[in-house]
Write a protein that binds this ligand. Structure first.
Ligand SMILES: C[S@@+](CC[C@H](N)C(=O)[O-])C[C@H]1O[C@@H](n2cnc3c(N)ncnc32)[C@H](O)[C@@H]1O
Length: 388
C-alpha cells in the first residue's frame, strides 16, 4: 500500500497542532476536511486514523520507533498497518517489529501511552481496577445510537437503518441504544432525519436516573449541545418543560437545532447569567448537573485529552464541580431531586465530590448511584447519582 504525500503531511500537521499547541483533535480534523472537500472517504479515513492512533499510542509508538518526533510516530503507525514508508518521508525507524515484543515489559504509562502523573493518579484513585480501565479506555469505540422514541420505536429504527444498508443491534442494559459494527457510522444526512442521535450507551444511562414523569419542570444546568437534554425530552414523552442552560451560547444554538430535528418542543434554552440562580430558584422538580470534568471516561473517543489535561487543570475543574454542587440545587423546589453526573472514572470527581457535599450539607442524601465502567461494559465511563 502506498502513502499519498499530501495526506501524510496533513495528518502530521494535525498532530503538531494537538501535541505542540494543545488543540482539540476532532476540531482540527473537522477544519481540515472542510478545507479539503474533494477528499474521498478513504483519504479522510487515512488522515483521521493516523491522527487518532498516533495520539492514542504516542508513548508506545515512541518506544517502538526509538524516537518521539511526529514523523517517527506516524512511521510506526503506518508500518504496523502494512504501509511501505515513502522515501520522501522524514523518518524510517528500524526494528519496530523487533521492539514490539519488548513493549509488554515496559511500565504501564509507556505501554498504555499515558503521562506518568496521570498513571499515578489513576492508580491512586482506582487501585487495581486502573489496569483494566485504562486498557479499555485505549480501545477503539464503536458508534452507539440512541433511538429517538418521540419519532420511532427501537425495532422500527433497526428496520429503517437496515433499509439504508446499516446493520444495528440492540445493547443489553441500555433500553434505547443501538450499536453499529466496528468501523461503521451513520452518514450525516440520515442523522439529520431525527430518528436517531449518536450517543454512547453509557451516556444513555444518565437521563433515566432522574426518575422523570411527563409534565415535570426540569433544568439541565450544563446542557451543552443537548445530548442528554434531548433524551430527557424523549423520556418525558414531550410533556412538561425543560430549561437547557449552559455558559456557551454556541452550544445552546446547536441544541436548539437538534431539538427541532428531534421533533421536541418542550426544551427552552437560557444561557447562564448573573441572575439565573435567583430567577429560577425553587422552580424545578428535577435538576441535572452534567458537570464539566476531566473527560477521562471518554478517552476512547478523545485520546488527545490525556495530553492536554494537567494536574492543575483537573484541580480547577474539581473546584468548579464543588461550586456547582453548592449552588445549582437551589434551582429545586422543596422535595425536588437532582442528578450529578460526569464522564470521568476518577472517584475524586464523582462519589468523592458527593460525599464532601453530604458532609457540608446534611439535608442532601444519595438515593441512587451509577458507575459505568468501560472495562465492564465496553461503553464510555460515566458516573451519576441522584440526590434528594
Ligand atoms: C459535560 S459537558 C455537558 C454535556 C451535555 N450535557 C450533553 O449531554 O451533551 C459540560 C458543560 O458544562 C458547561 N459549563 C462549563 N462551565 C459551566 C458553568 N459554570 N455553568 C453551567 N455550565 C457550564 C460547558 O460549556 C459544557 O457544555
Amino acid at each position: 500500500m502506498r502513502i499519498h504525500r499530501m495526506l501524510a503531511e496533513s495528518a502530521a500537521g494535525v498532530l503538531e497542532q494537538v501535541f505542540d499547541h494543545g488543540r482539540v483533535l476532532d476540531r482540527e480534523l473537522d477544519g481540515l476536511f472542510r478545507a479539503n472537500p474533494k477528499w474521498g472517504k478513504r483519504d479522510r479515513g487515512f488522515v483521521a486514523e493516523t491522527a487518532f492512533e498516533v495520539t492514542r499510542w504516542r508513548r508506545a509508538f515512541a518506544f517502538l520507533g526509538g524516537d518521539e518526533s511526529i514523523a517517527a510516530l506516524c512511521s510506526v503507525h503506518w508500518l504496523r498497518c502494512g504501509f511501505e514508508l515513502p522515501e520522501w518521508w522524514a523518518s524510517h525507524p528500524n526494528e519496530v517489529a523487533a521492539r514490539d515484543a519488548e513493549l509488554a515489559g515496559q511500565p504501564r504509562a509507556i505501554r498504555e501511552s499515558i503521562p506518568d502523573w496521570l498513571d499515578e493518579l489513576g492508580e491512586r484513585e482506582l487501585g487495581e481496577a486502573w489496569d483494566k480501565e485504562i486498557d479499555a479506555l485505549n480501545r477503539r469505540a464503536p458508534v452507539f445510537l440512541r433511538v429517538n422514541r418521540l419519532r420511532i420505536e427501537v425495532d422500527g429504527a433497526i428496520e429503517w437503518l437496515h433499509r439504508h444498508g446499516i446493520e444495528a443491534s440492540r445493547v443489553p442494559g441500555a433500553a434505547d441504544a443501538l450499536v453499529l459494527p466496528a468501523g461503521k457510522t451513520v452518514p450525516k444526512p440520515l442523522v439529520a432525519e431525527g430518528f436517531v442521535e449518536i450517543q454512547d450507551a453509557g451516556s444513555q444511562r444518565i437521563a433515566p436516573l432522574l426518575d422523570l414523569e411527563p409534565g415535570m419542570r426540569v433544568i439541565d444546568a450544563c446542557a451543552g449541545a443537548g445530548g442528554k437534554a434531548l433524551h430527557l425530552a424523549a423520556l418525558m414523552q414531550g410533556r412538561g418543560e425543560i430549561v437547557a442552560m449552559d455558559i456557551s451560547t454556541s452550544k445552546l444554538s446547536e441544541l436548539r437545532r437538534r431539538a427541532t430535528r428531534a421533533g421536541t418542543r418542550i426544551i427552552r434554552t437560557d444561557s447562564w447569567r448573573e441572575d439565573t440562580l435567583k430567577r429560577y430558584a425553587g422552580w424545578a422538580d428535577r435538576v441535572l448537573i452534567d458537570a464539566p470534568c476531566s473527560g477521562l471516561g471518554t478517552l476512547r473517543r478523545q485520546p488527545d485529552l490525556k495530553w492536554r489535561l494537567t494536574a492543575a487543570s483537573l484541580e480547577k475543574t474539581k473546584r468548579l464541580q464543588r461550586r456547582m454542587l453548592d449552588h445549582y440545587p437551589e434551582l429545586l423546589r422543596p422535595g425536588g431531586k437532582f442528578v450529578y453526573a460526569t464522564c470521568s472514572v476518577l472517584g475524586s470527581e464523582n462519589g468523592g465530590q458527593l460525599r464532601n457535599l453530604t458532609e457540608r450539607d446534611p439535608r442532601r442524601t444519595i438515593e441512587e448511584e451509577l458507575i459505568v465502567s468501560p472495562a465492564e461494559t465496553g461503553w464510555d465511563g460515566f458516573y451519576a447519582a441522584r440526590l434528594g
